[in-house]
Design a protein around this ligand. Structure first.
Ligand code: DX5
Ligand code: ZN
Length: 218
């Protein structure tokens, strides 16, 4: 079954407990937490303190997407704050395999995100060290951007790599997804779908989540 991961980036933080409860009750599988440092991406969000506070509001899987330089400096803090999946960017660090192994050693699931310009083939020598591949379908940094079509081919390539070498690995896609293209990204091989503005920008986020889930089932 396809997993739905609402991105809290587009939620209203003045009503965050209510917004989390809404998507929890509508059956969100993961809560996607976008961490931005103003260096890897030109935007800022939150750090481990906020993740730890949010942790008390939900038992869902916390899916932390670190858009920060030198992620190795912070993964322990995000794990301690309650992140279940820790995904960092291939482009943001030097020793990718070491960091994947470290994330697993502290009890989290380890993911790598690829910017639109980074080929899937960069993962061929670490596919066995991965619990999740995140294909970015926008340039990271902001919600509400348009889906970049190159992601479709990359999802198919990542799906083929996963099926051949590590079938347990999840394939997540993030950016510009909504009613018009959710079925297509699932068809291309994604099994975890991140959506921010299409869920939290809807008049009724819970109803929208259910509608999106129905469209996502192949
Ligand atoms: C963008 C973030 C996304 C963002 C997606 O850098 O990684 O998770 O919230 O937002 P939408 O779904 O609005 O494109
Ligand atoms: Zn994200």
């Amino acid at each position: 079954m396809t997993k739905i991961a609402p991105s809290l980036l587009s939620a209203d933080f003045s009503r965050i407990a209510e917004q989390i409860e809404l998507v929890d009750r509508a059956g969100a599988d993961y809560l996607h937490l976008d961490v931005m440092d103003g260096r890897f991406v030109p935007n800022l969000t939150w750090g481990p303190k906020i993740v730890g506070d949010l942790r008390r509001l939900s038992n869902r899987t916390f899916d932390a997407h670190l858009m920060i330089v030198e992620p190795e400096r912070y993964v322990d803090d995000f794990r301690a704050a309650g992140a279940d999946i820790i995904t960092f960017h291939y482009e943001a660090t030097v020793h990718v395999q070491r960091l994947l192994a470290h994330i697993r050693s502290i009890g989290a699931r380890a993911g790598i995100a690829l910017n639109p310009s980074t080929p899937v083939s960069m993962l061929q020598d670490v596919i066995g060290d991965l619990d999740l591949i995140l294909i970015m379908s926008v340039n990271p940094g902001f919600g509400g951007q348009s889906f970049l079509p190159v992601a479709m081919r990359k999802l198919a390539e990542a799906r083929a790599m996963i099926d051949a070498h590590n079938p347990a690995c999840e394939l997540e896609v993030d950016g510009g997804i909504g009613r018009s293209n959710i079925a297509a990204v699932v068809e291309a091989g994604a099994n975890v779908i991140v959506m921010g503005s299409s869920i939290f920008g809807a008049a009724d986020p819970a109803a929208e989540l259910r509608a999106l889930r129905a469209l996502a089932e192949p």
